[in-house]
Design a binder for this molecule. Structure first.
Ligand SMILES: Nc1ncnc2c1ncn2[C@@H]1O[C@H](COP(=O)(O)OP(=O)(O)OP(=O)(O)O)[C@@H](O)[C@H]1O
Ligand SMILES: [Mg+2]
Length: 390
């Protein structure tokens, strides 16, 4: 005879009800009230599958999102999933064959797009948005994406690095740290340049955390990324056109609006279009201490990039050169090499004898030592660092 006969189904139901009445979740109540029917782990797993399916990510990718080291997830239709854990792209071999056909990948892309408040279908086969708090989504459907649905996720882990953290992990070389702090303290106008994912935004957030507490920082961004540790930060965010193609508020309009909001510091998350004209105009008319990031593979490429962006705003090459030289005190370049990121150069924008815009080196870090370049004396004067040995 069994000492502990299995409870009959009414008893089990009563047990489940009383667990629920006691405040248990459905999963907990089922697990406790109906032991043996389902094991607890599978209920918890089912719960997390449901949660991820609802948020659009889906159970296949959720483990990658849960991995704190993953910053990028790329799904190339059924051909494979790739991630970046800070050491370059790696294929996720466990996920080979995880999607049966492109329809599954497409469904996931559509769900993710919906979670970001946008639509993705044959009429609008390209989507760029934010999912949840800080997952940047980009998805393209075929036939635009020739190999099938492509999804790119950039995961913004909300790690805020202080400048001390960044100096400890090697991103800010120790001898460069006082120069960066002086740029903040002396209210210089600075552009941070670097390639995609080099750490421009991270460095900027760290530096903005050093802004004096009494100042008001106004950040203009396409989508909210910069979260400096500072008590007085406000954001203006771009609004894209709706499905009917109306209602867009461009970044340049936000920059002009920002000027009327009594900012002590104007920050443009990323210069990527015509708003560069408005930002440079603002920095040239008494708004000091402004910061922006710009995509460029080296500091020497910044003039060409600025000229190209200026052209979008109808600025001639020479007007852009004059505006940029007058507005910006320095360009801080971040480099990403084999997974490690570091500030490799600080330059000053000047005009050559041919009146062209050029980034002239002030300081260069070669990995072990700091070298002064031709524009160091100019920058040192601006920062009151003429007598400082570096
Ligand atoms: N010094 C660092 N140590 C560790 N992780 C870092 C460091 N710098 C940046 N990261 C991480 O790398 C990712 C990319 O950084 P970030 O967004 O700052 O780069 P970015 O140059 O602004 O990129 P984008 O070109 O997309 O604007 C982020 O997830 C960030 O947390
Ligand atoms: Mg960035």
């Amino acid at each position: 005879m069994r000492a502990d006969p299995a409870p009959r189904s009414e008893e089990r139901l009563r047990a489940v009800r009383s667990e629920l009445a006691g405040g248990a979740t459905v999963a907990e109540a089922l697990a406790r009230g109906m032991p043996g029917l389902l094991n607890v782990r599978s209920i918890v797993d089912a719960g997390s599958d449901i949660r991820s399916a609802v948020s659009g990510i889906g159970p296949v990718l959720q483990p990658l999102l849960d991995d704190a080291e993953v910053t990028d997830i790329l799904v190339n239709s059924i051909r494979g999933v790739w991630v970046d854990r800070g050491k370059g792209l790696e294929r996720v071999t466990e996920l080979t064959g995880a999607f049966r056909d492109d329809t599954e990948v497409r469904d996931m892309a559509v769900r993710l797009a919906a979670a970001s408040g946008q639509r993705l279908d044959d009429q609008s086969p390209l989507v760029d948005g934010t999912v949840g708090s800080g997952i940047r989504l980009h998805a393209v459907l075929p036939p635009l994406a020739a190999e099938g649905t492509m999804i790119s996720l950039r995961v913004h882990r909300r790690v805020n690095f202080s400048v001390e953290d960044l100096a400890d992990n090697g991103m800010i070389p120790r001898p460069v740290l006082p120069v960066l702090l002086a740029l903040v303290e002396r209210r210089a106008n600075v552009m941070i340049s670097g390639a995609t994912g080099s750490g421009k935004t991270t460095l900027l957030a760290g530096l903005l955390s050093e802004v004096p507490r009494a100042e008001r920082i106004l950040i203009i961004e396409e989508r909210q990324e910069l979260r400096p540790y500072h008590p007085h930060v406000v954001h203006l965010q771009e609004r894209k056109a709706n499905v009917q193609g109306v209602g867009a508020i461009p970044m340049s309009e936000l920059v002009r609006a920002a000027l009327r909001m009594r900012p002590d510091r104007i920050v443009l998350g990323e210069c990527r279009g015509a708003e560069v004209r408005d930002v440079l105009a603002a920095l040239n008319t008494g708004h000091e201490g402004g910061w922006a990031t710009i995509h460029a593979n080296s500091a020497a490429d910044v003039p060409a990039r600025l000229t190209a962006l200026g052209a979008l705003a109808g600025l001639s090459e020479s007007t852009m050169a004059a505006q940029a030289v007058a507005a910006l005190d320095a360009v801080v370049h971040v480099e990403r090499e084999r997974g490690s990121r570091r500030v490799s150069q600080i330059a000053v924008l000047e005009r050559t004898r041919e009146r062209e815009l050029a980034a002239v080196e002030a300081l260069r870090w070669d990995g072990t030592a700091l070298h002064r370049g031709p524009s160091w004396s100019k920058l040192a004067r601006r920062l009151g660092m003429e007598d400082v040995g570096l």
